[in-house]
Design a protein around this ligand. Structure first.
Ligand code: NAP
Length: 293
């Protein structure tokens, strides 16, 4: 009798920008393990049925992306601490063939990339975080949990930054977090005091069929050589912000490490195997350069 292939997948809508298929299929092929990864475009109205399908068909795990990261929460049996704190799920694991457990690996992906790719630890650092969407939320919570000394969150819609700051302070006792408007003067004030500047917005991201976004939210003269400047955007790898940071002799961290290490966490939980990080990194860089970054 043929051996049953263990299924993995991703739920999102639409799925045009996802790198997950390439990342996990590369790892599965390299390791020669009996898994298969399949992208599923799941419309919001079909999410409950799709989630029940995971349980019914014994799918070992799925990645969850826009627009389902929050909507999936009431459909699951359990949440990990990170998913609960971030109020968002990007990975689901089927445990014991029955229980659907929601994880959030975005924050740990970012912090692991900081540690492994540029050798920096968030503990005791002052952070300027731009953005208050899904990626920024995961990063803000994780940095607070990891002991950042102060986090300033600035967002185009200031109320969202203030809300996120309150949320982090509530969830992570003792954390020092403030939120405000993403205005040049504020950026300058907080950049001056910061050790680490993070773009957690989609500004600088290239979209298919559109001219490259050459904008950056941090004026070049506000970046200093002591700064670590990070971007969550990974297409292009060197965003306008990171190019400007390099010219100013600051250390830079691209968004690629975050995506790889959040995926490595998921892969370990689903398969018990380590993701071949260097191989996956090379494949993703090649795919991104072929896509025109
Ligand atoms: P999201 O939830 O839609 O949040 C978007 C954020 O960008 C919001 O803070 C939004 O501000 C801000 N923004 C958008 N356009 C802006 C503009 N023109 N000026 C100033 N701020 C602007 O999206 P997300 O899921 O957080 O994703 C954000 C980026 O992170 C995307 O490029 C995504 O590809 C990337 N990402 C990377 C990883 C990784 O592993 N590297 C993981 C997740 C996401 P408002 O609140 O004012 O709208």
């Amino acid at each position: 009798m043929a051996e049953v292939v263990k299924a993995l997948g991703i739920f999102g809508y639409p799925l045009a920008h996802s790198m997950s298929h390439l990342m996990y299929s590369t790892a599965i092929k390299h390791l020669g393990i009996n898994f298969q990864f399949q992208p599923y475009e799941v419309k919001p109205e079909h999410l409950p049925a799709a989630v029940e399908g995971v349980r019914a068909m014994g799918i070992r795990g799925v990645c969850v992306t826009i627009p389902h990261k929050g909507a999936i929460i009431p459909l699951l049996d359990e949440l990990t601490e990170d998913a609960r704190l971030m109020r968002a799920v990007n990975v689901v694991c089927l445990e014991d063939g029955e229980r659907l457990v929601g994880h959030n690996t975005d924050g740990i992906g970012f912090v692991t990339s900081m540690r492994k790719d540029v050798g920096q630890d968030p503990k005791g650092k002052r952070i300027l975080l731009l953005g208050a969407g899904g990626a920024a939320k995961a990063i803000a919570v994780k940095l607070a949990v990891e002991g950042a000394s102060h986090i300033s969150i600035l967002n185009r819609t200031p109320s969202k930054a203030e809300e996120l700051a309150e949320h982090v302070k509530d969830q992570v006792p003792g954390s020092e977090v403030e939120g405000g408007a993403l205005e040049t003067e504020q950026v300058g004030r907080f950049a001056k005091e910061a050790d680490i500047i993070i773009n957690g917005t989609s500004v600088g991201m290239w979209k298919k069929g559109e001219p490259p976004d050459k904008s950056t939210l941090v004026p070049s003269e506000q970046i200093m050589p002591h700064h670590l400047v990070c971007d969550v955007v990974y297409n292009p790898l060197l965003t306008p912000l990171l190019c400007s940071a390099k010219r100013r002799k600051a250390k830079v961290l691209t968004g690629l490490g975050m995506i790889i290490y959040q995926g490595a966490e998921a892969f370990r939980r689903w398969t018990g195997c380590e993701l071949p990080v260097q191989l996956v990194r090379r494949r993703l860089i090649r795919a991104l350069s072929q896509a025109g970054s």
